[in-house]
Write a protein that binds this ligand. Sequence first.
Ligand SMILES: NC(=O)c1ccc[n+]([C@@H]2O[C@H](COP(=O)([O-])OP(=O)(O)OC[C@H]3O[C@@H](n4cnc5c(N)ncnc54)[C@H](OP(=O)(O)O)[C@@H]3O)[C@@H](O)[C@H]2O)c1
Length: 205
Amino acid sequence: MTRPQISLNLALSADGRITSPAGRPSGWTSQRDHRRLLQLRQAAEALIVGRGTLEADRMTLGAPHRPWRCVVSRSGRFDPGHPLFSSPGGPIHLLATAAAAPSIKGAEGHAGSLADFLAELHRRGIRRLHCEGGGGLARALAELDALDQVHLTWAGHTLFGGRENPGLTGPPGDFLPASLRYELADFEADPSSGECFLSYRRLRG
Ligand SMILES: NC(=O)c1ccc[n+]([C@@H]2O[C@H](COP(=O)([O-])OP(=O)(O)OC[C@H]3O[C@@H](n4cnc5c(N)ncnc54)[C@H](OP(=O)(O)O)[C@@H]3O)[C@@H](O)[C@H]2O)c1
């Protein structure tokens, strides 16, 4: 099925987790991590996050070039008072995969599978889609083998801990149906922040 090229950006703690035990907003691990997040946004025509991340991080998904702002949910339960719906930015698209299309003023609702939604974005001209988490959505994209590039900030200075906390491919202890091979396209260590910045490209065929 035709879909946009999809990139993912996540910050990982030294123990491979993407969130702290209390599930507090993840924020940025450093100024450089933040700059990189903005840079990666800049290269995308549309951004996508899971509803958990939208809520936890109070995201508004803004950028000067006004990329489309897409949020994925099973339940379709969105809070109309969330700042996303009152902040300036690109068109908002809400997907519910197991409920009726969300109906919120100022947003376009969709119902159906994640794969069909990706195809619909492509049909409407989106060629570069960038995912900012969280683990649940990253996992679903990995299951579709739809992660073409993965960007990681490895924040070796912090252990997030937490037995149940998600990692790059979702909840711990839950294997992907098959391994996916990537090549390391870029690697930079930054001794001043104690972080490593990695970019991977999916190897196909
Ligand atoms: N370290 C980082 O770089 C980073 C980045 C992003 C987020 N985070 C952190 O990660 C935590 C959130 O993680 P999470 O795994 O709960 O986040 P998530 O993937 O953003 O949200 C999970 C929710 O998204 C929806 N969803 C996920 N996969 C779906 C699918 N395949 N189909 C339909 N809906 C789907 C569901 O929403 P419904 O409940 O509405 O059905 C699900 O409950 C937060 O604490 C956040 O701060 C960290």
